[in-house]
Ligand binder design. Sequence first.
Ligand code: ADP
Ligand code: MG
Length: 591
Amino acid sequence: MQDATIRVLPVGTVNQIAAGEVVERPASVVKELVENAVDAGAGLVRVEVTSDRRQVTGVRVVDDGIGMGRADAVLAFKEHATSKIREIEDLDCLHTLGFRGEALASIASVAEVTIVTKPRDRGVIAGIRVRVRGGGDPEVSEVGAPDGTSVEVKDLFFNTPARRKFLKSLHTELAHIHGVVEKTALAHPEVAFRLLHNGRERIATHAADDLRETAGALFGTDLTRALVPVGGGNRFVRVGGFVARPSHTRADQYQIFLSVNGRPVYSAGIVRAIKEGYGTLLPANRFPIAFLALTTEDGLVDANVHPTKRQVRFTHEREVYEAVTETVRTALHGEDLLAGEREAEVFTPPPAPRRPARPVAPAPTTAPRPGVGESPALYAKSDRRLRQTELPLAGAERNRLPEVTVLGQVDATYIVGSTGGRSLVLIDQHAAHERILYEQVQAKQASGPKTQELIVPVLVTFSPTEVELVREALPLLAEEGFVVEEFGPSTFAVNAIPVVLGKLEEPEVIRDLVSALVREGPSDPVGRREAITRRVACRGAIKAGDPLTTEQMQRLVEQLAHTENPYTCPHGRPTVILFSPDEMAAMFRRT
Ligand code: ADP
Ligand code: MG
């Protein structure tokens, strides 16, 4: 029970509580300090992170911005002390990232913060150093210093051990820090950013005229070659930046970077609007790659939604989304999209040598043949995918489905067949192939993950954020059969993949698997293995929308018949739906 006396909390305690909202982890410190540097008009922002083997031990952000005089440097640590707004109306025409005046006070209440600063252009000779530890009194002294500001944060959470306990592994924290620097750099291409970890340079961008250069510095030129510029808008918003051609997509939305008036933000609504702009150019379940900068007139956007300021609210949300969709759509339609496809081909490894065709049951004569003008290439990929799940002969005696004769395919998604000419059978081709793959992968995993060397190593480029995660996950990946090594600043060479992946050498698939594994792999090995199995099954399987020849469908059905559990996919959805003569009769009210 609480006791009944109400007390006003001391300022220090208030700040520690507030710190919980603003300072969640080392990356939040980096975010606040980097924002302050940008607000101070810096041309170059250097972020130095130090760590031991287990955790981040210090963060320093150095800028060449306007700096602070003595009085301001002390005041900066006070709660609700800001030079950026004076009254609430100022929020309507905010041109800075900060405005709450609580970051430095919060951080200094849970760490030791040392600011060294000298104002630019004021003829001051000496700099000022102010140190505050755990919200205590500031220690002030004069020091020699260059123009600009450096803020160093040490001993984070030294007085809030509960918070410290929630910190994740070193690499996760570093990945978050990379993420902050990436996002801020993309929202401010005009500022140069550098990130160093224990003295080694991890990120270096130059002050650039447009986002493409910054994106190139962060993610490599492979990606930037696929970018298409966008520009448009309406009365409420201007939309600029770049989107990738549909040949370059991702399994998740981590490659969509948005800024609103220079503030990196996340917005599910804008992500949806971008996807809508791609329309059918975007394969189902894929996300585009986009770097978009939105700008609005004063007063049309509210950044004061959440203490971390990651979200914004628009006064005319619908119109903003419409502008995004329209801008993306127009840009993509004006482009020679095939140009991107041709470029993309350069990075695809040569196809594996064809195995001699195995004997297959002849296709029934009633079956449709591929239409005129449809190239065999259309079917080649499906063939590759089917070949990876060819049955070992040993399993041939266990047939768990009635004999199905394939009649045809509808909507490039469902196999239509019949059993003994009596029942009607509908098979979801993706779900069915997923089931087959899933069981085969499981079986192979039971005998331990074996790896197979790739003929040509697949080079996969990751974003700086992911690079940290991949580095950390290398042992885990090896355990699962991926032999991956660092190849360049943001490139990894995949030299071998689990045998279970069969001939799946498409770089896109491998990159998706590795990045999913790295991002969301559950920590217990069993759960992790299961997650991989499902993912491999899903990515390796024939898709809805893949046209299949009758022969291919027949092979698929035959393979499905030899699984333990042919009636559901690994996610529990049905693979086969059967209409018996009785059921059909009932549907036609013949009974
Ligand atoms: P806010 O950014 O919301 O104003 P902060 O606590 O982050 O609040 O910073 C308080 C004040 O300290 C800022 O308003 C600014 O005047 C000053 N300040 C902080 N960092 C810097 C910096 N790198 N260069 C110049 N001034 C700074
Ligand atoms: Mg700030």
